[in-house]
Structures are given as structure tokens and as C-alpha cells.
Design a protein. Structure first.
Length: 83
């Protein structure tokens, strides 16, 4: 049961983070792309948090913030690679 809840939480946070990154970066994606960008952004944000030794005890809000920051970074990198 824990795996299902963790997966559901990751998907939920990913969708929110992807949507926020889409708005911040002025993009227009669909729900699935927002999910993928948000989940990958969450991984990027988590790596950055670990590298900076930041205490990650902020719960949902902190998770969404970190995933959104990572998703924005991902969209920025993709934009630079395309050009």
C-alpha cells in the first residue's frame, strides 16, 4: 500500500510542478507532458537539494517547490539545446 501512495503522491506533485513550470516558462503543454516534466523536474530538484545539503523536511509545499524549480531548469535546458 505504501508504494501505491508514494506513486500517487509523485504523480500528483509531478502534475502540479509541471503545470507551474509550464506557466513560469510560458509554455503550452498537455497534462501528460506536464506530468513527465514535473516528475523529471522532481528528480532534478532532489539531486540539487542533496548536492546543496538542504534539509528537505518541508512536506508537500517543499516537494512542489523543488520539483517546480527542477522542471523549470529542465525546460530551460531543453530550450537551449533546441537552439
Amino acid at each position: 500500500m505504501g508504494l501505491g501512495l508514494g506513486l500517487f503522491t509523485s504523480i500528483f506533485v509531478g502534475i502540479i510542478a509541471g503545470w507551474l513550470a509550464e506557466k513560469i516558462m510560458k509554455r503550452d503543454h498537455g497534462l501528460f507532458t506536464n506530468l513527465v516534466v514535473g516528475v523529471v523536474g522532481g528528480l532534478i530538484g532532489g539531486i540539487i537539494i542533496q548536492l546543496l545539503n538542504i534539509e528537505a523536511s518541508g512536506g508537500w509545499i517543499f516537494s512542489i517547490f523543488a520539483a517546480t524549480a527542477g522542471a523549470c531548469l529542465l525546460l530551460w535546458i531543453v530550450d537551449k539545446v533546441k537552439k
